[in-house]
Design a protein around this ligand. Structure first.
Ligand code: ADP
Ligand code: MG
Length: 741
């Protein structure tokens, strides 16, 4: 039986370390599969290896390992609360490796000061620097040698060790010591910043309280750990407290701030029957909540899990950088060897330093130092991790770096109409049987929906429609059932038999031996002949943006219902912002052109395609792809799945309420609103430009230093300083999405 276990790896300072540990562990006997993510710092292992063996291997590579039994259940509390310089000091002090580097640094400083104050003998100063170097280099050398022995790979630690030993051999003791000290501190600094990026996600989990007040028999209250709660338990949520579990409200009402889940800080009113999520903040009311999910499965945990998975999927630009780094280091080493040997051997150039210039051996050592691809390798993942985390905090779940990069490239946005640009809670505004006995059939003002007084034929028609629609999940079906209930017709129909949907057109089923069809005007024009008078009435309703549902029992057309679905309040504003971002906006709908025209004019999209069958929506997306290169499709993720899949990025709404939307989309908006969309696009573009900046910066710096080193103008410590400095710059640059407004 395959057994997967997860461990936490500590001390992963460089993106390359993850791959090193992965290779090292993979070579252990009994390991079927090992995967290490730099983004999450986790090792996933499939195989039978004694823990001791595993631990020894990981430690040989200079990393730490922690077993994580049942890691899913307990909410993780961030362990590093202090930030800034103090936090970094703790980080340095926490590990033997970095403590040694600090000791080395202290010794360098002491020797430097003493040698300036007193005339110390030359040999003593050199010896002190060498000891300082040896202290700091020990863990680096150990990792370098072990990586060579275990993984059969040259890594930067080995090259740094060679450079330091080489520098000592040619008498550059101070330089050897500072180079290693700076390198060790720089690596730790990278690890520290990467850790902080990881932590910013973990802080989301910390939002969930560890305990809850359980109410038994309606009266007894006791505080219990959330792990002990079962589905069906009742918990009490006091005013101002965080909800501890996912559940439904069974008593009380309150406004709840759901921003941890949806990113929307406007409180949402909750009453009996409404869903609440763990981690959200209760307002002024007291709520009794019936638990619907175990602590480990609550929505916030699922979000964290999806985000962690997302972060570990490599983005295309990251794969490119990784591939490049794979060749870069060996290539620079070869150049270094050539630089050390060719000029002295072929052209009689000085091997050792002369009075006025660096020798070629020294230049080669400088090249070795420069061969570290760290800045390059770390630049992309840090940017992606922080962008994905920043998005998650705003209720935008990006399910992988690749999707983030795609969103940054997108030039056109396609929107589904129903439930995306509109509220998705349509209402029947008017109904009209062909044998209507009253004259009150003029469409009501939108929102008033007062139906005509009782009219038997109209009620019959509504009951017939409701019989079929009671087996449909379409938003229009909900509207029709609601109307039937409001008119007190619930007793007059039973659910139809053998109900089938006619995709994008309507629905059909058997009632009392007759085939009843409820569907669009288009469908009826094709298959169910009706009077020109009826057509004219329908056209009038459609001109107001109402969708007509016509009813036929197979023998005759009974009439129609006019159903309105209002545009969302913020649709127009969002579309406007998208256009300001230079995006082409298109509405795709299965509804007819008249209705589509009214809604699209209201929200202000650039283009509209109406009357589309589901397969035609896919074609429409493909057409946009051909025209714009990269296209995003926004839908509800339930009946739009094919179109979402056809687009470069599929974006689903309402992820918090619908597990399906959460699973099917590339990007899920946790709240059921579009408001975060312009932010998501700006964030993705920002991340893309940061990645490009970072790659250009670190690559340009390397190239410049390489030329400088060959020309003899770069010293070892300058090379390290530049590398560490650049790693830091790209890391800080990459963390900027976390602070984007
Ligand atoms: P949208 O693009 O708005 O999501 P759909 O593809 O779901 O539209 O449906 C397209 C059209 O088909 C609707 O506007 C409606 O006229 C008709 N239709 C689909 N399902 C039903 C139904 N259950 N009852 C009545 N009409 C329906
Ligand atoms: Mg739809």
């Amino acid at each position: 039986m395959p057994q997967q276990k997860t461990y936490t790896i500590g001390g992963m300072d460089c993106a390359n370390c993850a791959r090193e540990v992965e290779t090292g562990v993979s070579k252990l006997a009994g390991v079927r599969l090992a995967r290490v993510d730099f983004a999450t710092g986790k090792l996933v292992l499939d195989g039978d290896v004694p823990y001791e063996t595993l631990k020894a291997r990981v430690e040989a590579l200079g990393k730490t390992i922690e077993d994580e039994p049942g890691q899913k259940a307990a909410p993780v509390v961030p362990n590093r609360t202090r930030g800034g310089v103090i936090g970094f000091w703790d980080y340095l002090w926490a590990r033997d490796e970095t403590r040694l580097a600090l000791a080395g640094g202290g010794l360098i400083l002491l020797t430097l000061v003493l040698s300036l104050l007193f005339a110390l003998p030359e040999w003593l100063v050199s010896a002190a620097y060498t000891v300082a170097m040896a202290l700091a280099v020990y863990p680096i050398a150990r990792n370098g040698v072990n990586t060579l022995l275990i993984n059969r790979e040259f890594n930067i630690n080995l090259l740094m060790t060679i450079a330091a030993v080489g520098a000592v051999l040619i008498g550059e003791h101070l330089e050897a010591a500072t180079v290693i000290f700076l390198f060790a501190v720089g690596e730790a600094l990278e690890g520290y910043t990467a850790d902080r990026a990881r932590d910013s996600l973990r802080q989301l989990v910390a939002l969930v309280p560890a305990t809850a007040i359980r109410v038994t028999h309606g009266v007894m209250e006791e505080t219990v750990p959330v792990d002990e709660l079962a589905v069906g338990d009742m918990i009490l949520v006091k005013p101002g407290e965080r909800v501890a579990m996912d559940g439904t409200v069974s008593a009380g009402e309150s406004a709840v701030n759901q921003s941890p889940i949806t990113g929307e800080s406007m409180p949402v009113y909750k009453a009996v029957g409404d869903e609440v999520f763990a981690g959200t903040v209760n307002g002024d009311g007291t709520l009794h909540v019936t638990v619907t999910r175990l602590a480990a499965d609550n929505t916030l945990s699922r979000i964290i899990q999806l985000v962690e998975e997302a972060q570990s999927v490599r983005a295309p630009s990251q794969r490119m950088v990784d591939r490049f780094a794979h060749y870069y280091t060996p290539a620079v080493v070869v150049i270094a060897v050539l630089v050390a040997l060719v000029p002295p051997l072929l052209f009689g150039a000085p091997f050792y330093d002369t009075a006025n210039a660096h020798g070629w051996f020294y230049r080669a050592l400088a090249l070795l130092v420069i061969s570290c691809p760290c800045a390059l390798v770390i630049s992309t993942p840090v940017t992606i991790i922080s962008a994905i985390t920043a998005a998650a905090r705003r209720g935008v779940l990006v399910k992988g770096g690749a999707h983030l990069e795609s969103l940054g490239r997108v030039r056109a946005f396609a929107f589904d109409k129903t439930g995306t640009l509109t509220q998705g809670s349509p209402e029947v505004m008017m109904l009209r049987s062909v044998s209507c006995v009253t004259d009150h059939f003029t469409p009501n003002a939108p929102g008033s929906h007062e139906y005509v007084p009782t009219c038997e034929p109209c009620d019959d028609m509504l009951a017939l429609a409701a019989a079929v629609e009671s087996r449909s999940t379409h938003p229009l079906a909900q509207a029709i059932l609601m109307a039937a209930r409001e008119r007190g017709l619930s007793e007059r129909y039973a659910p139809a038999e053998g109900v089938q949907t006619i995709a994008g057109r309507g629905v059909q089923g058997q009632v009392d031996g007759k085939t009843v069809t409820v569907g669009s005007h288009t469908l009826f024009d094709l298959e169910h002949p009706h009077s020109a008078e009826l057509c004219a009435l329908i056209d009038a309703a459609e001109a107001q943006g109402q969708t007509a549902a016509m009813i036929s029992d197979g023998d005759k057309v009974h009439g129609f219902l006019a159903i309105a679905d209002k545009a969302r309040d913020d649709s127009a504003a969002v579309i406007h912002k998208m256009q300001a971002l230079g995006l082409h906006t298109v509405m795709l709908t299965g509804d007819n052109a008249a209705v589509a025209g009214v809604i699209s004019a209201e929200v202000g999209v650039d283009d509209v395609r109406a009357g589309l069958l589901p397969a035609e929506k896919v074609d429409a997306v493909r057409g946009l792809l051909a025209q714009y290169g990269a296209v995003a499709m926004v839908g509800d993720g339930i009946n739009d799945t094919p179109a979402l899949a056809a687009a470069t990025v599929g974006i689903a709404m309402g992820g918090a309420g619908s597990a399906q939307a959460l699973e099917t989309a590339d990007i899920a908006l946790m709240a059921d609103d579009l408001a975060q969309l312009p932010y998501a696009v700006r964030l993705a573009r920002f991340a893309r430009s940061l990645i490009r900046q970072n790659i250009t910066l670190s690559f340009g710096m390397k190239l410049g230093f390489m030329l400088l080193a060959i020309a003899g103008g770069a010293s070892l410590w300058m090379a390290v300083f530049a590398d560490v400095g650049m790693s830091l710059i790209v890391t800080l640059n990459g963390m900027r999405p976390l602070r984007m407004r």
